[in-house]
Design a binder for this molecule. Structure first.
Ligand code: HDE
Length: 753
């Protein structure tokens, strides 16, 4: 309200802020967030709309994260102070010798404020800089004590709090969410025997076999060092130069060029621990294990043209999606499965289970679901939680252990090490988001930013002065699995590591035809951006060892003659795998139907309001998120009844931000929309990106104006364009079904129609 604005200190329109009156600054106005009279809000909104949340979830909302409540700071209704707790009289004006005079050195309030601001930023993560996170819990389905003594699997129904961060890899902290990239999938389990960090990705294999190559990989993919171009993209010479000289990368390239690299949402990606780990039970028996997360919402991806356009329309697309789903109570869920195998089984595989460029198809070793993870609380503060969280592969708990995978071994060092510079010292475990909820007692002391006030004079072990405490836990504690070790000290790789193409081929032949087309097109896109012809040729030569049709199609796309295949070492023959359907995105359609899918309903003056309300209601009833989209904000007159209010505009929310579109009846509305190029683009993009369209009566004229083909390339009717008469309930049901399914890839052509 105006009265409130007038009373705010610092309002430049208030005379009392100037001249002699400034000597007695006013006390600030205290606004109760829930007081509609004070905030001028009739909806109870304060700083944010219900869609974005008010940034103040109930304290202790998640039992597991309740220990963080002790550090959650809430300024509501409080007086402003310095960092020393001194109440600040005036937060608007620096201290001067005379109103027009020098600013004084003694102004400790100004200096404290500016100094703190000057140091607000910390180094971003060297990789995975861009990310989003949420709190939640893991719930165990069934006791797994025969396999592992890890306490989170100790009992059916046991809940362990988690904090999960999803990320892209190559882009900087402010880069776009929908870049073609691997996604990080890092889970911190706050178990009652210490923190376990499962720091995985949304793809089950990796680019390299040995940690020694990681800095080279990252230097190759990051923006080129001379000009800092390109941001968040692998489509440039240095990445593909490196890739073309490194056949071990081939399998991962197939994944990175597939739709896995452009997920629809963090909520619709799988997660993988990638490496082989060990599970160890209370008797000390061990098996090998790979960790798999599967999203309940199914695996869904964008199409490339859409991903590129989303980067312009909403570069926070994935961050916003995760945030809004949690605020709306549509808590994202994943199931954790263990893929368990023995050392004897491992020896019989064609590949080495210590090689992180290889996966074990589910068809070969089945997955055992052991629990589900639910993300039910957004962070209160992005910096304190999402930015400061430190995931480290070295953080494991009794019952879990490492394998000798040389990539994993290198990671065990890297993550702890990097936090020391990123978070400013060895005490990063004391930052609240990183602290275990299990008790912590040891003789480590001091260092930068130490928080704990350790009591007593003993900080060594053995001691008698403290009765020997803290005591080592012996058999109850973490004890490394006593794996036998022998062999010469060498720098080298086992023989099976020399075969690079069998699983790349397996991946390709396990994809559906549209998924294969997307892989071909992704190679073409990336390599067209590469300027050095020899690099393009080397990649095509590499692809000849994967699949001849793939190589031929990529070569055609680049205007190249097929080069000879890249020589192989022939130490291990390329295995002939049978297709593994589990590797296709279509294998996991999900069980949440149209829940949280975003649907645009295009409205203009003269639209059929009753029809719009019916469809809106029908979509809401199944948990979808309908929005009335029009040329401009404000009311639109309707055929009959009250006007409708446009919620978002064609200009600010283009088609790429929606999963489907409804074009309702109303000749006048359609006529007006047909004159708006944004509306025509909207419809064309929905079509091009293989999304369902529900078109009612007069609405069809908009499709015609946009030039949208109504039949598939083979001449049959397009099942995801539903043209209906008003009141046809079956049409709405068919639309919902199309929306719940995979996209209508059958309509895709290259180039697009
Ligand atoms: Fe990482 N990686 N990585 N990585 N990684 C980091 O740690 C590293 C690898 C992954 O949300 C860094 O805290 C090396 C595989 C995720 O905070 C750094 C090697 C997998 C995240 C680092 C790898 C990952 C990181 C940068 C090869 C999937 C983000 C900042 C030996 C299984 C975690 C940081 C978050 C982050 C090193 C390979 C996943 C530098 C040396 C394989 C999800 O420590």
């Amino acid at each position: 309200s105006q009265a409130l604005a007038d009373a705010m200190p610092g309002n430049p329109n208030v005379a009392g802020q100037y001249g002699a009156a400034a000597r007695t600054p006013q006390e600030g106005v205290h606004v109760s967030a829930s007081d509609p009279a004070a905030t001028g809000s009739t909806t109870g909104e304060t700083t944010a709309s219900p869609k974005t949340g008010n940034g103040q979830p109930a304290l202790g909302a998640n039992a597991g994260t309740a220990p963080l409540d002790r550090v959650r700071a809430d300024d509501s209704g409080r007086v402003l102070t310095t960092n020393q707790g001194v109440p600040v009289g005036d937060n608007q004006n620096s201290l001067k010798a005379g109103l027009r005079g020098y600013t004084l050195m003694e102004d400790f309030i100004l200096r404290e404020k500016i100094t703190h601001f000057d140091h607000e930023r910390i180094p971003e993560r060297v990789v995975h800089a861009r990310g989003s996170a949420a709190h939640g819990y893991f719930e165990c389905y069934k006791e797994q004590s025969d396999l592992t003594r890890a306490s989170l699997f100790a009992k059916a129904g046991k809940r362990t709090p988690v904090f999960v961060r999803f990320s892209t890899v190559a882009g900087e902290r402010g880069s776009t969410d929908t870049a073609r990239d691997v996604r990080g999938f890092a889970v911190k389990f706050y178990t009652d025997e210490g923190n376990w960090d499962l720091v995985g990705n949304n793809m089950p294999v990796f680019f390299i076999q040995d940690a020694m190559k990681f800095p080279d990989l990252v230097h190759a993919v990051k923006p080129e060092p001379h000009n800092g171009i390109p941001q968040a993209a692998s489509a440039h010479d240095t990445f593909w130069d490196f890739a073309s000289l490194m056949p071990e990368i081939t399998h991962m390239l197939m994944w990175a060029m597939s739709d896995r690299a452009i997920p629809r949402s963090y909520r619709t990606m799988q997660g993988f621990g990638v490496h082989t780990f060990r599970l160890v039970n209370a008797e000390g028996k061990s098996v090998f294990c790979k960790f798999h997360w599967s999203p309940m919402a199914g695996t869904h991806s964008l199409v490339w043209d859409e991903a590129v356009k989303i980067s312009g329309a909403d570069s926070d697309f994935h961050r916003r999606d995760l945030w809004e789903a949690i605020e709306a109570g549509a808590y994202p869920e994943w199931e954790l499965a263990l893929q368990v195998f023995t050392e004897e089984q491992a020896e019989a595989f064609e590949f080495d289970v210590l090689d992180p460029t290889k996966l074990i198809p589910e068809e070969m070793v089945p997955l055992t679901p052991v629990g589900k993870m639910v993300l039910n609380r957004n962070p209160d503060n992005f910096f304190a939680e999402t930015e400061q969280v430190a995931f480290c592969t070295a953080h494991i708990v009794p019952g879990i252990d490492f394998s000798n995978d040389p990539l994993l071994q290198g990671r065990i060092h890297s993550y702890v090490d990097t936090q020391i510079s990123r978070l400013g010292g060895a005490n990063f475990h004391e930052i609240p988001i990183n602290s275990p909820i299990a008790p912590l007692h040891n003789n480590q002391r001091d260092g930068m930013h130490r928080q704990a006030i350790n009591r007593g004079r003993v900080a060594y072990e053995p001691n008698s002065l403290a009765g020997g405490a803290p005591f080592q836990a012996g058999g109850r504690g973490f004890n490394s699995f006593p794996q036998a070790a022998d062999g010469d000290k060498v720098r080298g790789k086992p023989e099976k590591f020399a075969e690079h193409y069998g699983q790349a081929r397996l991946f390709f032949i396990s994809q559906t035809p549209p998924e294969q087309d997307h892989i071909v097109n992704a190679f073409r896109f990336e390599l067209t951006k590469v300027q050095t012809v020899a690099i393009r040729k080397r990649i095509v030569a590499m692809l000849r060892n994967v699949d001849e049709t793939l190589a031929q199609r990529v070569a055609d796309g680049l205007g190249l003659a097929l080069p000879p295949a890249m020589p192989t070492l022939d130490l291990v023959p390329i295995p002939d795998y049978a297709p593994a359907p589990s590797l296709s995105l279509t294998h996991r359609p999900g069980s949440t139907g149209i829940h949280t899918r975003r649907v645009a309903i295009l409205v203009g003056p003269g639209v059929d309001a009753a029809q719009v309300r019916d469809i809106y209601g029908a979509l809401l009833a199944d948990g979808a998120v309908p929005r009335l989209v029009g040329s401009a904000l404000g009311p639109v007159d309707t055929q009959a009844g009250a006007p409708l209010a446009v919620e978002v505009t064609l200009e600010t929310a283009p088609g790429v931000l929606f999963d489907a579109v409804v074009i309702p009846d109303g000749a006048a509305a359609i006529e007006q929309l047909s004159l708006d190029a944004n509306a025509l683009d909207f419809v064309r993009q929905q079509y091009r990106h293989c999304k369902p369209l529900l078109v009612i009566d007069a609405g069809k004229a908009l499709l015609d104006k946009a030039g949208v083909p109504l039949t598939l390339p083979d001449g049959s009717a397009d099942p995801a364009i539903i043209i209906a008469a008003a009141g046809d309930a079956k049409a709405v049901a068919a639309f919902k079904q199309a929306l719940a399914g995979q996209r209508a890839y059958a309509r895709e052509t290259d180039p697009p129609r």
